[in-house]
Design a protein around this ligand. Structure first.
Ligand code: ADP
Ligand code: MG
Length: 358
């Protein structure tokens, strides 16, 4: 990354100069925000009948992102999506954001603005207001922490604990693409490749760099009472599914041949002698929604997919707890699902390694 040490660096502009610039860069007027950036705390107005949702994520250079193959705008975008996706998984509407960061003083203000542009891009057409944050210096690496505030009509939030035996298990979009995309980006950076990416590689790397938070689907699932439980896929299906099973005290059966795989992922797996199903099960960072709904709601769920244009696939069923978590292959062979998603603080030995989620 190019940094600047003279005019235009964080060291020259200073913390308050930077905050003024960032505030001007993100001038969202929101009826919810009575006081945004500029005081000791922001003030939000709440409507009756609504509940607050709060979620925070941390992103550390060298752990969650690598500027060898990502721009700061990319980093901001992914950080924003990770944060928004948590609100999507609860079925809520994002309202406002706090961004805290620790930055090396030689970093240019232009780069920090690009980081904020990425976060703002991730918010898309949702009127998310930037209401505050914190700015500090860091000796070397960039640290970023995003806190999102959302709302949901009272008692409508989707949790991990609502799954019931007999529910259908669904997932939005396709699985494993983002992980394959990360692998491609890493490999190109390591080999200092300058060759253009193939069309397949472009698709997969975009899925890593520009994931889509499924806010619309989450909101419909929650407000219309369609889903019983939901979680966003940040660690990978086999890991995230454990959370639903533990919180809901249930077991789960997944049908391997039902897993939604993009043609691009299949081609990537074929070319690299990898198993596309294991990429789909363990690859993190897809930010798709995994949810359960009563069998009677099946047509409603399919209608939702048609209406939103987002694929929704029926991939399994909720079972009693003693069933455990199993993956069934077309030939009838079943195996226990193991949570092989990325774990912080656990030594990694395999490659390509799943990405850490926040
Ligand atoms: P305090 O000393 O009370 O923590 P600060 O000087 O850190 O106040 O922050 C002043 C204002 O600027 C506050 O409203 C804070 O939320 C906001 N702010 C600080 N850093 C950032 C940032 N990186 N992004 C957005 N807002 C920020
Ligand atoms: Mg502060």
């Amino acid at each position: 990354m190019k940094t600047v040490s003279g005019r235009g660096s964080l060291g020259t502009v200073g913390e308050f100069g930077l905050i003024r610039q960032l505030k001007r860069q993100w001038p969202t007027a929101s009826p919810w925000v009575l006081k945004g950036i500029g005081d000791d705390a922001a003030i939000l107005k709440m409507s009756p009948g609504q509940q607050l949702l709060l979620s925070t994520d941390t992103f550390i250079e060298g752990v969650h992102f690598d500027l060898a193959f990502q721009t700061l705008r990319d980093v901001g975008f992914r950080a924003g999506v990770a944060n928004l996706s948590d609100i999507a998984a609860m079925g809520g509407r994002p309202l406002s954001l706090l961004v805290s960061m620790a930055l090396p003083v030689h970093i240019s203000v232009q780069h920090i603005r690009a980081l904020y542009r990425g976060i703002r891009d991730a918010c898309g057409s949702n009127a998310v207001a930037l209401i505050g944050g914190d700015t500090s210096s860091s000796p070397r690496d960039i640290f970023l922490s995003l806190t999102i505030i959302g709302t949901i009509p009272s008692h409508r939030a989707l949790t991990r604990s609502g799954a019931a035996v007999g529910d259908h298990l669904y997932v939005t979009g396709t699985l494993g693409d983002a992980h394959a995309g990360l692998h491609i980006l890493r490999t190109h950076a390591r080999r200092h490749r300058t060759a253009r990416l193939s069309v397949i590689e472009q698709f997969l790397t975009q899925r890593h760099l520009r994931p889509i938070p499924r806010l619309d689907i989450g909101q419909i699932l929650a407000t219309r009472g369609i889903a019983h439980a939901a979680i966003d896929l940040s660690d990978g299906l086999s890991g995230d599914i454990q959370h639903i099973c533990e919180s809901s005290q249930v077991g789960i059966e997944i049908w391997a041949n039902a897993l939604p795989l993009s043609p691009q992922l299949r081609a990537f797996a074929h070319n690299n002698h990898l198993d596309p199903f294991s990429l789909a099960l363990t690859g993190g960072d897809d930010y798709e929604l995994l949810f359960t709904a009563q069998a009677q709601c099946h047509d409603t769920v399919l209608g939702l997919a048609r209406r939103t244009g987002v694929p929704i696939t029926w991939i399994g069923e909720v079972k009693p707890k003693k069933f455990g978590q199993r993956l069934t292959h077309p030939q009838g062979r079943t195996r226990k699902l193991s949570p092989k998603s990325y774990r912080h603080f656990v030594t990694r030995t395999t490659s390509p390694s799943p990405t850490p989620s926040s």
